[in-house]
Design a protein around this ligand. Structure first.
Ligand code: NAD
Length: 252
């Protein structure tokens, strides 16, 4: 049975990677989906492939006017928005001493300010829908620190905090707000990273976009008593260290 029939979803960064997997799953589950991205060709091709319940909308998440246009268009097409996935994100790698102020601000603009703008602009529509769900795609970098990812880590911790404030503010309107914290997932964002990144995790492989999408569906459709929560999809990467265990058994 379809789990999201009649829902109206906006998924930012929906043209590829994790966002595209969420677009595909939510569409298959009966939702009307706005694929919102700056990759016009890929986003439009995905929407065309999925048929009339999916539509592409150009949306640079850092632009308030584009957000207003996107929410209005989604509303006109399918009624008030009941699902928002703030998934658009970018990465900049390098030590804090080398990163330029412009680069820092750009990462925080897309990953944090873009999600804030999404909440800010979509909240009235979610209220008119009588409630809904917002899913913010943070990261394990929103749960711990990463060297050489200062801006990214700051933005993803910020997104985790924003999730909690929004959950408190919107609960009375029956809007749940949760964050997902993926570990290493094979997408265009991680295309240049080798397999060793995941090799020491309990589940020693990269995750798939579909595994993150499955968590998004669970939050959207099943997790009716969860708000302000962190849902981790990381192959156990943030579970802890095995160093003491190996020391006590005498292993190297
Ligand atoms: P990706 O690069 O494949 O996809 C990101 C999408 O966001 C792209 O379609 C891109 O065009 C879009 N985007 C970028 N800037 C935008 C903007 N200003 N406005 C609208 N769209 C914009 O990356 P992904 O791996 O699918 O990442 C999706 C989300 O998951 C990101 O927030 C990322 O930080 C997070 N995440 C990814 C991983 C991973 O290992 N891949 C791990 C943890 C968290």
């Amino acid at each position: 049975m379809a789990r999201l029939t009649g829902k109206n979803a906006i998924i930012t960064g929906g043209a590829r990677g994790i966002g595209a997997a969420i677009v595909r799953l939510f569409t298959a589950q009966g939702a009307n989906v706005t694929v919102a991205d700056v990759l016009d060709e890929e986003g439009a091709a995905l929407a065309d492939e999925l048929g009339p319940t999916a539509r592409y909308q150009r949306l640079d998440v850092t632009d308030p006017a584009q957000w207003r246009a996107a929410v209005e268009a989604a509303d006109q097409a399918h009624g008030p928005v009941s699902l928002l996935v703030n998934n658009a994100g970018i990465l900049a790698v390098g030590p804090i001493t080398d990163q330029t102020p412009e680069s820092f601000r750009h990462v925080v603009d897309v990953n944090l300010y873009g999600a804030w703008l999404g909440l800010h602009t979509t909240a009235p529509s979610l209220r008119r829908a009588g409630g809904g769900v917002v899913i913010n795609i943070s990261s394990t970098a929103g749960l711990m620190g990463y060297a050489d990812l200062g801006a990214y880590t700051a933005s993803k911790w910020g997104l985790r905090g924003l999730t909690k404030s929004a959950a408190l503010e919107l609960a009375a309107d029956h809007v749940r707000v949760c964050s997902i914290h993926p570990g290493p997932i094979r997408t265009p964002m991680t295309a240049g990273m080798d397999d060793s990144l995941a090799a020491r995790q309990p589940i020693a492989r990269y995750g798939t976009p579909e595994e993150v999408a499955a968590m998004a569906l669970f939050i959207a459709a099943d997790a009716t008593y969860s708000t302000g929560c962190e849902f981790v999809v990381d192959g156990g990467a943030t579970t802890g260290s095995v160093i003491l265990t190996t020391m006590s058994t005498g292993e190297a």
